[in-house]
Design a binder for this molecule. Structure first.
Ligand code: HEC
Ligand code: HEC
Ligand code: HEC
Ligand code: HEC
Ligand code: HEC
Length: 222
């Protein structure tokens, strides 16, 4: 059990990053999966156009790009895979591990993505712009938070994707960042009596509900 974890960490730490216009929307460039069903979603500012490919030791799948966006599905065997995603002269280097035993950086997809049911949310070639009001879309399947008396402002505005990645994530609840970093993308921790004992590495959500609550300041309890 210990050996595969060490190998994964060593490989994940190694891959260098070049500045490219190719961008992976899902999954993460370095992550592991509990099974081998991988769907890549990406886009590019100048490329991609035309035919690209995702290649790894075990195989290759074509990816076609339209409107600057591409997606495709691959099935990877268990183990660690160094993969490349290529369009024209641009290449993204990826490192993926398929192993049910590796919990570190394990990527989970939101339902609808691995079975290519993109259209339950949007036309894959005409996705909505980031961090717009996705409330009506998400509330089509999820319980509304807006009935609470102290709704957190980004939730009121339907900015679900400011915090959640709609395609998947390595973090619980498909969060874009770890629970500790997430709130600090928009807030500093207040310096006052209520927060003086709070350590920087403890998530704000221990005390605050991220969506809102029936108590002032979105507190979970008083
Ligand atoms: C659960 C709903 C949902 C599903 C399923 C879904 N998407 Fe999306 N997608 C979104 C939302 C919402 C956005 C808006 C971008 C944001 O806020 O991050 C988006 C954005 C995108 C983007 C642009 C990314 C960006 O940052 O601008 C691409 C490309 C994309 N989706 C492709 C796909 C493809 C291909 C599929 C199917 C394999 C798919 N999506 C399935 C909800 C979904
Ligand atoms: C077509 C239905 C559908 C739509 C639309 C949809 N989801 Fe989901 N979502 C699901 C299902 C099914 C699950 C898995 C079961 C569950 O945990 O509720 C899920 C799971 C989640 C989870 C994890 C729940 C947990 O308990 O960990 C989050 C977070 C989430 N979705 C956010 C969103 C966001 C944000 C949007 C809008 C961009 C969205 N979903 C749109 C069906 C949907
Ligand atoms: C400010 C960040 C933030 C915003 C904005 C946000 N969420 Fe969340 N969400 C979280 C966090 C953090 C969790 C993890 C559970 C927790 O800490 O309570 C979560 C959990 C969830 C879950 C899992 C079940 C639950 O209630 O815990 C669903 C479903 C979900 N969010 C849907 C949504 C939808 C739909 C929207 C938009 C209307 C939204 N979220 C907006 C941060 C956010
Ligand atoms: C996308 C930006 C954004 C993110 C991410 C975000 N917030 Fe907020 N939050 C706001 C805005 C805007 C307000 C309203 C203005 C203000 O009070 O600063 C607010 C207000 C608050 C308030 C004050 C509510 C009140 O009634 O006094 C609390 C508490 C809070 N946020 C906690 C959190 C926590 C906890 C997280 C992480 C789960 C988080 N925020 C993540 C934007 C954000
Ligand atoms: C140990 C519990 C606890 C934790 C953890 C915590 N808070 Fe608070 N927070 C409170 C309490 C209690 C209040 C209400 C204070 C009052 O009534 O004056 C509050 C109020 C707030 C407010 C609104 C009032 C103000 O001072 O501006 C914001 C914004 C806020 N917290 C942000 C955060 C952020 C961001 C984090 C994480 C970095 C965080 N809190 C972590 C307990 C906590």
């Amino acid at each position: 059990m210990v050996v595969p974890v060490l190998i994964l960490v060593a490989v994940l730490g190694a891959a260098p990053r070049a500045a490219l216009s190719l961008e992976l929307v899902a999954p993460a460039e370095e992550c592991s999966f509990s099974d081998g069903k991988v769907v890549v979603i990406g886009m590019g500012t100048k490329s991609p156009t035309g035919q690209g490919k995702l290649k790894w030791e075990g195989g290759e799948v074509p990816l076609s790009a339209r409107a600057g966006r591409f997606y495709g599905a691959a099935t990877l065997s268990p183990g660690t895979h160094e993969a490349t995603l290529t369009f024209g002269d641009e290449t993204l280097e990826l490192c993926w591990a398929v192993s049910p035993q590796v919990p570190a950086k394990q990527y989970e997809y939101h339902p609808g993505v691995t079975n290519l049911e993109c259209k339950t949310c949007h036309d894959p070639e005409a996705p909505p712009p980031p961090s717009q009001d996705t409330g009506p879309l998400c509330y089509g399947c999820h319980t509304k938070y807006t009935a609470r008396s102290a709704v957190h402002q980004p939730v009121t505005k339907g900015l679900c994707t400011a915090c959640h990645d709609p395609h998947g994530s390595i973090n619980p609840a498909f969060l874009r960042r770890s629970a500790v970093e997430l709130c600090q993308t928009c807030h500093n921790r207040p310096i006052d009596k209520a927060h003086e004992k709070h350590k920087d590495d403890e998530p704000c959500t221990e005390c605050h509900d991220p969506h809102g609550s029936s108590r002032a300041h979105n507190l979970r309890r008083r």
